[in-house]
Design a protein around this ligand. Structure first.
Ligand SMILES: *Cc1c(COP(=O)(O)O)cnc(C)c1O
Length: 408
C-alpha cells in the first residue's frame, strides 16, 4: 500500500457523497454534463483569499498568477477578489482583455516575449517585468513607434533562492530576470529613456511549505530591492516580492503556516528602508489561491485484475491531470489525495491502482491506494486539481479531448 495525500479542507461527505464548499457531487455532475470534469469551488477560493487578507499585513497586495488556472469564469471570479493579475504570455493577456480587465491591473513576466506581445501589452498599459536588456530596448523602441509611455519594471535574477521550493527560479544561471549586479544600470537606462518606472519583480521559487523559508526569502528580497534601488538612485513605486506559498499534495506534507509568514512580514514592514517607504508591495500567488479549491472527477470504465493487482480504469488521465500522474516537475511519483467521490466517507477496504484511459504506462492517477470498494460507473476524485491541472496538461494527447470545467 502507498499513502495518498491529505484531502484539502472544505471537502466533506454529504449523504455519503463528496461535497465541495457545500456543493454536492450530483450538482457538480449535472453542471458539468459529462465526465471527466474539473470543479472549482467559489466558496473555497473566497475563504482562501480571506485567510490571506487576514494573515498578511494590510499593506501587502495580492496578485493572481493566471497560469495556475485560466478558466474564464474562474478568472473573472478571482479577478474581483485580488488586487492584480500576473500573466506570462500574450495569449493570457487576451484572456483578461476578453473579460474586460483593465491593463493597469496586469503585469507581464516571462522570458521570450515577442514584439507583438510587447506591443499589445504596452498599448493596454500593462506593466512589463523586463527579463533582459534586449527585451528592454525592444520595449522602448516599440513604445516610441506606437507613441505610448511604457510601464516598465525589471525582473531580478537574485543571488539566492527559496529553500525547499518545488521549482527553483532564482539563484545562479537562469533564463528568468536580469542578474542582480546588472540591474542598477538597466534601471538607469529605462528611467533615463522616459518610461513610467514601475519598480522591481523578484521571484525566488514555488511550492514552499516552510514558513521559515518564505520569511527568509522575503527578508532577502526586501534587502536586495533596497540595495538595487539605492545603487540606481531611484525609489521603488512597486515591489513584486514573488510568492512561493505551497499547498500540501502528498502524505506527510504540512500546510504552510501563513500566520507566521504574516507576523514576520509585519515586523519587517515596520522598519522598511527609505527606498521602499512609498512602494506598493505585492505577493503573486497561483496554486495557493486556487489549487486546493479544485477537484478532478473521472468515471470508472473498467475494473480488472492483473497478477494479483486491481486496476480501476477511468475515463480521465494525465491528459487532464498531468501533475497527479507524477510527470510535471516531480522526480519520484507519489499519490495525490484521491477518493471514491460517490462513496465518500465509506471505510477503505481494498488496495487499487487508479489509471487513466491513455495507452501509456505513465497514465497513473493513484498507485496501490487504499480505498473503499469501487465498481464500474463510480466516480474517482483527484484533489488539489485547481492549479496546473487543465491549464498544464497535454489535452490533445491521444485524441481524448479536454475535460469539462465548472465553477461551482
Ligand atoms: C508560476 C509563477 C507564479 C505562480 O506560482 P505558484 O507556485 O502557482 O504560486 C508566480 N510568479 C511567477 C513569476 C511565476 O512564474
Amino acid at each position: 500500500m502507498k499513502p495518498t495525500g491529505p484531502i484539502p479542507h472544505g471537502f466533506e461527505a454529504v449523504d455519503g457523497e463528496l461535497a465541495a464548499g457545500g456543493v454536492g457531487l450530483a450538482e457538480m455532475e449535472a453542471k458539468a454534463g459529462r465526465t471527466p470534469f474539473f470543479a472549482y469551488s467559489r466558496t473555497l477560493i473566497e475563504r482562501r483569499i480571506a485567510h490571506l487578507r487576514a494573515s498578511l499585513p494590510d499593506r501587502i497586495k495580492i496578485n493572481y498568477a493566471i497560469k495556475a488556472n485560466s478558466y474564464a469564469p474562474l478568472l473573472e471570479f478571482v479577478s474581483g477578489l485580488v488586487d492584480g493579475l500576473d500573466i506570462a504570455s500574450g495569449g493570457e493577456l487576451e484572456m483578461l482583455q476578453q473579460l474586460g480587465i483593465d491593463g493597469t491591473r496586469i503585469s507581464f513576466a516571462g522570458p521570450g516575449k515577442r514584439d507583438a506581445e510587447l506591443e499589445a501589452a504596452i498599448a493596454a498599459g500593462v506593466t512589463l517585468n523586463l527579463e533582459s536588456e534586449n527585451e528592454a530596448s525592444r520595449a522602448l523602441d516599440i513604445a516610441e513607434r506606437v507613441g505610448k509611455t511604457p510601464r516598465l519594471a525589471v525582473r531580478v535574477n537574485p543571488d539566492f533562492e527559496l529553500k525547499g521550493s518545488g521549482m527553483k527560479m532564482g539563484g545562479g544561471a537562469k533564463p528568468f530576470g536580469v542578474d542582480a549586479e546588472r540591474v542598477p544600470a538597466l534601471i538607469r537606462t529605462i528611467v533615463d529613456a522616459g518610461c513610467e518606472w514601475r519598480g522591481l519583480h523578484i521571484f525566488t521559487g514555488s511550492q514552499a511549505l516552510s514558513a521559515d523559508a518564505i520569511v527568509d526569502s522575503q527578508g532577502n528580497i526586501l534587502e536586495l530591492a533596497d540595495r538595487l534601488a539605492r545603487e540606481a538612485q531611484v525609489e521603488l513605486p512597486k515591489l513584486n516580492m514573488g510568492g512561493g506559498f505551497g499547498i500540501p499534495y502528498f502524505h506527510g506534507d504540512e500546510p504552510l503556516d501563513l500566520d507566521s509568514v504574516g507576523e514576520a512580514l509585519d515586523k519587517r514592514l515596520k522598519k522598511l528602508p527609505e527606498s521602499l517607504t512609498e512602494a506598493d508591495l505585492f505577493v503573486e500567488l497561483g496554486r495557493y489561491i486556487v489549487g486546493e479549491a479544485g477537484v478532478y472527477i473521472t468515471r470508472i470504465i473498467d475494473r480488472k485484475e492483473s497478477h494479483g493487482q486491481t486496476y480501476l480504469v477511468t475515463d480521465g488521465g494525465l491528459h487532464h491531470q498531468l501533475a497527479a500522474s507524477g510527470n510535471f516537475g516531480t522526480v519520484v511519483r507519489r499519490n495525490y489525495p484521491v477518493a471514491i467521490a460517490n462513496r465518500f466517507g465509506d471505510e477503505p477496504s481494498e488496495e487499487v491502482n487508479v489509471v487513466g484511459c491513455l495507452c501509456t504506462p505513465l497514465d497513473r492517477l493513484a498507485d496501490q491506494a487504499f480505498l473503499p470498494r469501487a465498481e464500474v460507473g463510480d466516480l474517482v476524485a483527484v484533489f488539489c486539481a485547481g492549479a496546473y491541472g487543465a491549464s498544464a496538461s497535454p489535452s490533445a494527447f491521444l485524441g481524448q479531448g479536454p475535460a469539462a470545467e465548472v465553477l461551482i
